[in-house]
Design a protein around this ligand. Structure first.
Ligand code: CA
Length: 727
């Protein structure tokens, strides 16, 4: 009896354990498709003497004419002569894609132009680490190199064959490789093959799939949104999308991963009618029968409709893409599916308000979501009332994603969260049980934040960014402007229960003391703006306040989604004018494009913090910090400051770059055309500012709601004279 109870108990523990760590496991894919034509960024080609591999700038070309999974494959055209050639295809490390399915095989689809197999390349696995801040590889190791011809059966001339090599054939190579290396074998002569779906696969994910159903399609100007009932089934590898123009001849146009329930088919044509059907693909590339057919037509959209389209698509990140236990936002998608990002969630709440007001969802739907959000926030870990940067959705516990020191309160993320909550408290103003409950919950959460606790020294100078319950003030990052954290000071001063004195605005945020000046100099790498004020001209525009020449554009977005900068004036400037000038400097810099990057220009601009070819980085409009990466949120969240330049960017990004830049949740996070690289993710901090700031430009809705809060109104009234007074 005891034994059985013990067994049941440990089984229960195992279940709980699984529930706590069940992050989504991704497929380990080296190449699937590349949205941008031309060179594949994550490849590298080398050759010596009489050997050669066709390449574009030492990268492999993408082939759009032939593919196994639509719309493309990789071309490997080589010449085996004296010397050697090799082509590396590197694994792209995507933020938060940290867990993977079991790997049993190296697999790829191979298209052979001839029926010979003796010239087929060799393949090896490669493992390395990258030295920080450089391209230098360290601990570079390679497995044995195997001849592909030993693993190919039934090769067809001009046909696709699936090559599966058990990983144990690569001998003692245990870790997941960073790259796959194709290289010449001993047979001389030329060959051309195509490679598609280069990946590590599990052996055991098989099982019959049911037919897909409930497919819908909706046309926009140059694309159609194809939507289906959400499926996240372990053994569905892809959803495959077929399009027809006559409802008879269907051709495959794309694949989608099963954690999305929509696909955006960017056809680039207006006034066309299309028919769609989808199938499921399993882990052996078996395909189910097709779904029913959905029909949609594209048509030209006017400016208002284009704005609606962009606002709604970006909002979907927080709606369809939300963490299910909390209804809050994820850090990035695809990424950790359990990891809530609190600042992005505050931005998302403002996007939900816009969506309810514009009818993308009903008010009832928004109310239901807000009740879920507020009841989650009541129970999640808090640190003197402040939330952490990341929270694990299933357990509501802090998630120290940035390292073990970051296991406590994050005051800046907290202020982004409360900027959103205070907007919601004004919007949900009906005298119903549900809406009363939303307002009461938000007020309780807001009054529980001990803003003054985060004045570590209690000297009424600086707010401190983080506090940890066991490591206390170990990070010790003081909030010193000018940057994205003005909202943190404003909310701390406006708190009805735990406020900090208004004097901290000048003594902390805009401090003139040596510590603050050094802080600004260190990150700006210049004296410009090191005393908070700046006054210099950049590209013909004067900058009253700001370090360097203004910094990345998110500085003029994050604090000012609710906080109306028109209404903020201090001794130095009015912040609408200041922010507009920062946006204009950014636009003029991109128009001039001093580093001559491909694509960058007056209608393709916006340097801010985003994903990039070398990871997440804050990009600024100066030659030291600009690497050619453009994030659509930069120009689009600047709409209130630069309406014409932002609209021109929106149209150009959608109409001329939409084929690779437009997706499930609006514009993808970023693109670097110079490197032929494009983000595979959307980021929680970047999508909502697009929805919200376009709304502020159109109606001022979110600004009005935030500024209507009594505490904010009172404080702004008190603050403005105080801010204007020299002390
Ligand atoms: Ca493909």
């Amino acid at each position: 009896m005891k034994k059985i109870i013990l067994l049941i108990f440990s089984f229960y523990l195992a279940l709980v354990g699984i529930a706590q760590v069940a992050e989504r496991e991704y497929d380990y894919i080296f190449f699937e498709n590349n949205n941008l034509p031309g060179a594949y960024f994550f490849s590298e080609v080398n050759y010596t003497e009489g050997s050669y591999v066709k390449n574009i700038g030492h990268r492999l070309p993408v082939c759009d004419e032939q593919f196994f999974t639509p719309p493309n494959s990789l071309e490997l055209a080589y010449s085996n002569g004296k010397g050697n050639w090799e082509a590396n295809i590197e694994f792209e490390k995507i933020r938060g894609n940290d867990y993977f399915k079991k790997s049993d095989y190296l697999a790829f689809w191979l298209f052979n132009e001839s029926d010979r197999t003796d010239h087929l390349p060799r393949v090896a696995l490669r493992l390395f680490a990258r030295q920080r801040y450089s391209d230098l590889l360290i601990n570079d190791k390679r497995s044995v190199s195997l001849s592909i011809s030993d693993f190919v059966t039934g090769i067809k001339q001009n046909g696709w064959v699936w090559v599966k090599i058990p990983l144990e054939k690569f001998e003692d190579f245990r870790a997941r490789p960073n790259a796959i290396v194709f290289s010449n074998n001993d047979a001389s002569g030329e060959g051309k093959i195509l490679i598609d779906q280069l990946e590590l696969l599990p052996a055991d994910l098989i099982g019959k799939l049911a037919k897909p159903h409930n497919i819908k399609a909706k046309g926009y100007e140059l694309h159609v949104d194809v939507e289906w009932q959400p499926v996240e089934q372990q053994n569905i590898k892809y959803i495959k999308i077929y399009r027809s123009e006559d409802n008879k001849a269907f051709k495959p146009v794309g694949i989608q991963r099963p954690y999305f329930n929509r696909y955006t088919d960017f056809t680039g044509e207006t006034d066309k009618t299309y028919y769609y059907k989808i199938t499921y693909i399993d882990y052996e590339y078996n395909e189910t029968v097709a779904s029913d057919i959905a029909k949609a037509s594209t048509r030209e959209l006017d400016d208002e409709e284009l704005l609606n389209m962009v606002q709604e698509a970006s909002f979907r990140y927080y709606w369809e893409g939300a963490e299910p236990n909390s209804g809050l936002a994820l850090e990035n998608i695809p990424g950790r599916k359990n990891m809530i990002a609190t600042g992005a969630s505050g931005f998302g709440i403002m996007a939900i308000v816009v969506a309810a007001e514009r009818g993308f969802i009903t008010r009832e739907q928004a109310v239901k979501r807000m009740l879920k959000i507020t009841s989650f926030l009541k129970k999640c870990d808090k640190f003197h009332g402040a939330v952490s940067h990341f929270i694990d959705g299933p357990t509501a516990k802090v998630e120290p994603f940035f390292g073990e020191r970051d296991n406590g309160g994050d005051l800046v993320e907290t202020s982004f969260m409360f900027q959103g909550l205070l907007v919601a408290r004004q919007y949900f103003d009906q005298n119903t049980t549900e809406e009363n409950k939303i307002r009461d919950s938000i007020t309780k959460l807001w009054e529980a934040v001990e803003w003054n606790w985060y004045d570590r020294e209690k000297e009424n100078k600086y707010l401190t960014w983080h506090w940890s319950p066991d490591k206390e003030w170990i990070i010790d990052h003081k909030l010193i402007g000018w940057n994205e954290t003005m909202i943190t000071y404003i909310l701390a001063m406006a708190s009805p229960t735990h406020p900090v004195p208004v004097s901290m605005y000048y003594n902390g945020w805009a401090s003139q003391e040596e510590r603050a000046v050094k802080y600004r100099k260190d990150w700006g790498k210049t004296n410009d703006g090191s005393f908070y004020t700046n006054g210099n001209y950049y590209h013909g525009i004067q900058l009253p306040v700001g370090v360097s020449n203004g910094g990345p554009l998110f500085f003029v977005h994050y604090s000012y989604m609710g906080l109306d900068p028109h209404k903020l004036t201090d001794n130095y400037t009015n912040y609408f004018e200041n922010n507009r000038n920062i946006a204009l400097i950014n636009w003029r810099y991109c128009s001039e494009n001093p580093k001559n990057y491909k694509g960058m220009g007056k209608d393709f601009w916006g340097l801010t913090a985003s994903d990039g070819p070398w990871g997440y980085q804050a990009i600024e409009p100066n030659v030291e910090n600009d690497n050619g990466t453009i994030a659509p949120t930069g120009a689009l969240a600047s709409f209130p400051y630069t309406p014409q330049q932002s609209m021109a960017a929106l149209k150009n990004m959608y109409r001329n770059h939409g084929r690779y830049l437009w997706g499930e949740y609006g514009f993808k996070d970023a693109v670097n055309l110079d490197q032929n690289w494009q983000a595979k993710i959307y980021m929680g901090l970047n999508q909502a500012p697009v929805t919200v700031m376009i709304e502020n430009y159109r109606t001022g809705l979110i600004w009005d709601l935030f500024m209507k809060n009594e505490e904010i109104k009172e404080q702004i009234n008190k603050m403005n004279p105080a801010l204007k007074k020299k002390n």
